[in-house]
Design a protein. Structure first.
Length: 192
């Protein structure tokens, strides 16, 4: 069930999920590209395919539960968990914007988790979810995302990380935009 990154990127393009323009990412960086995974995953056949490929990357890892940060990671985490026959829980924002466990979800001491995200740029929400797992006595066995657009600039991790598609797209701080982006109004199409 393996696929080349070009096939995955082709699915992003054919579903209209790879956007081009001027975007503000959750990390605060600006980019010419945005991966709108909700558009990719609305087609359940495509969701089953790409999440199945990601699940395939995780089959050799021993773990109990999949956990995802809301909102982007929920659909990916649910489908990966389904394909691996594991339960799925998620973190979500509280009133202050920090991720927390809610809805009666619990993490047991020693429970082993795989953290699943849709797109990772700097790994902020992913690492926030890792922190929640560890704070509750859980163990992170691995983490994965459909798209790793970090270009290798992720925080240190004491577990393996798998990106189905690994990219190094240009990103820019708000105060160092190239002239072409500076003339285009920025949009923030992702979760707040």
């Amino acid at each position: 069930m393996s696929a080349a990154p070009s096939e995955i990127l082709g699915l992003f393009r054919s579903t209209g999920a790879l956007l081009h323009g001027h975007f503000v990412l959750r990390s605060g960086l600006h980019s010419r590209e945005f991966f709108q995974c909700a558009l990719l995953l609305r087609d359940t056949t495509v969701a089953e395919r790409v999440c199945g490929l990601l699940a395939g990357e995780l089959r050799g890892i021993t773990f109990d539960t999949v956990i995802s940060p809301a909102i982007g990671g929920i659909l990916v985490g649910q489908e990966v968990a389904r394909q691996l026959g594991k339960p799925h829980i998620f973190t979500e924002k509280n009133e202050a914007g920090a991720l927390v466990l809610r809805r009666g979800f619990e993490i047991k001491s020693g429970e082993r988790f795989v953290v699943i995200e849709d797109v990772v740029t700097r790994g902020g929400r992913l690492m926030e979810t890792v922190g929640i797992v560890k704070q509750h006595g859980g163990v992170v066995a691995a983490a994965a995302s459909l798209v790793n657009r970090s270009g290798g600039d992720l925080p240190p991790m004491d577990f393996p990380f798998h990106g189905l598609v690994e990219l190094n797209p240009e990103t820019f701080p708000a105060d160092a935009l190239p002239p072409d982006l500076a003339t285009i109004p920025a949009v923030k199409p992702g979760s707040k």
